[in-house]
Design a protein around this ligand. Sequence first.
Ligand SMILES: O=c1[nH]cnc2c1ncn2[C@@H]1O[C@H](CO)[C@@H](O)[C@H]1O
Ligand SMILES: [Zn+2]
Length: 364
Amino acid sequence: MTGQPTLEAIRRAPKVLLHDHLDGGLRPETIVDLARDAGYDGLPTTDPGNLRTWFTEASDSGSLERYLETFQHTVGVMQSQEALRRVAYECAEDLAKDGVVYAEVRYAPELHTRTGLSLDQVVEAVLEGFAEGGRDHGIRVGTLVTAMRHQARSMEIAELAVRYRDAGVVGFDIAGAEAGYPPTRHLDAFEYLQRENAHFTIHAGEAFGLPSIWQAIQWCGADRLGHGVRIVDDITDRDSAAPVLGRLAAYVRDKRIPLEMCPTSNVQTGAAKSIAEHPIGLLRRLHFRVTVNTDNRLMSGVSLSEEFAKLVAAFGYGWDDLQWFTVNAMKSAFIGFDERLELINGVIKPGFAQLKWTGTRTLT
Ligand SMILES: O=c1[nH]cnc2c1ncn2[C@@H]1O[C@H](CO)[C@@H](O)[C@H]1O
Ligand SMILES: [Zn+2]
């Protein structure tokens, strides 16, 4: 097959998403509804179309800190169990309609307790929304509970992750401003999770460089890296036929540590100059375990299919590349090995095979 995958065909591919924030993916219409119901009057506009534009424009600042400011409005309307259930349900629906078959969606329970919900009530509402949305729309969604790295509640959130591990919480994460908040601030939480045989990922190497990645892996024991783009700082002769990996980059590649890359978000926060110059091109060429993700579909104005389509346009990727990213993601998921294998062999490979075959037929 010679044709490049089109956006329409990519939408039909069975895709896997590991890095997506629940509070970064609301429908603008839902934000307006929820704000009205809750008496939240802080929205910059109550017109859903204008609100959509406002989010993408306000997020396009070149700074992670400014990017994160926009979350005050999504978090602001997600303060009741009903709102959380609805947002989770719609998230499952939207991802399924984009052809995602397995997703891990994260959010910070501690941000949703302003009107008196307990952490457990927050988690239970989100789990209910995903269970129902997943059933109705045919998608499996696991959740990651996130602790905010500038706060001091990570141990509590880690305990929450373990308490709900058999009910749909598949892992733990830390997020928020990276510079000034190294992952080792939360070492006790990570050590606890390791003792509990639990899984976690850490946002690292997005707005700060190698020390953040090094700590996340070698001090905290992260299973995966959220973004991890700055790992390229440990690679020299990048444009040559034989780039040279430093010890940390070699460790990440040798150990097959998954990189949850989010190209559009990285361009917005200044972690990459453009999609074409995004480190994903080099890292894919060097066979790091790269995965493709959306981060925040609302703020970044992007779906997983669109994220893939941008990579196809920038790097000339074909179906084999897209399948490789997808299998990488499925291998790196926090659910059990048997379930991952079943999705790879029963859903992903047959789905991509059919798309490749259809593509060949239409072109001959
Ligand atoms: O790219 C990111 N880097 C760091 N933190 C983020 C990013 N996107 C979202 N959040 C933060 O994670 C919280 C829980 O979902 C969000 O409220 C936001 O503050
Ligand atoms: Zn993120």
